[in-house]
Design a protein. Sequence first.
Length: 278
Amino acid sequence: MTLPSSLADLHIDDSIQLEQSGGILRLWLNRPESRNAMSLNMVKAIQQVFTAIQDDQSIRAVVIRGKDGHFCAGGDIKDMALLRGEAASAGSNQPYADFNRQFGAMIEQVDQAPQTVVAVLEGAVLGGGFGLACISDVAISRADAKFGLPETGLGVIPAQIAPFVVKRIGLTQARRIALLGNRFDGNTALQLGVVHEVVEHETALELSLGIVIEQILRAAPHASRVTKALLHRTLTEPLKPLLDDAAQQFANAVSSAEGMEGTMAFVQKRNPNWVDGS
């Protein structure tokens, strides 16, 4: 399958696999032997992809999914064990900090990506995998998926994902989940607000994903990017200047070729050109 030019020249580690169809890029976590646990190579590969597609407006959405029935079982304990030698040589814990912080940088990058990010959640959705689910724009889960933050039971902490979990489900629920290390299924994840939809089996999962993709492709490409950025800003910026700037962005959108095409398509009762062309 031919990848877009933004990705064609990348040398991607085989811990992930990429598939592209129209405006949809599918990113598969590809370490099934470890339930797709997040290795440093996988973290770097995901960063490579999202850096490459940052300005590629032909890619409308990224669907993140794990191979062989699991999303992601968290950070790779083996990678952390290998860092012991580096830490001993350095005479400090800095190698552990650097490893952990790079994972956080990846989560932040995916969170801020201009594309719509869809997480398809099956099997293990634990630790870092739980954090990755929490920064998706749309999350679809199997009912029998297993969610949780097991870090404290391993003597470590959910250092990089904690802020994103709190933003997703609120401090009260995040405290309970993180401190007790509870595991729960897709239906409980729906109640908590981790996911948006729960399905019972594979056929329903594919059907739901297809509907979400269709809805993404009906939205105007540039308007979607601007809207996602605006929603992120609501959490960090004062209201009045934010609304002033949003009004200007609205004016720019209305007068843009995309805005005029969307309005005309509505009047003429037809699909806008980005739907027919996607």
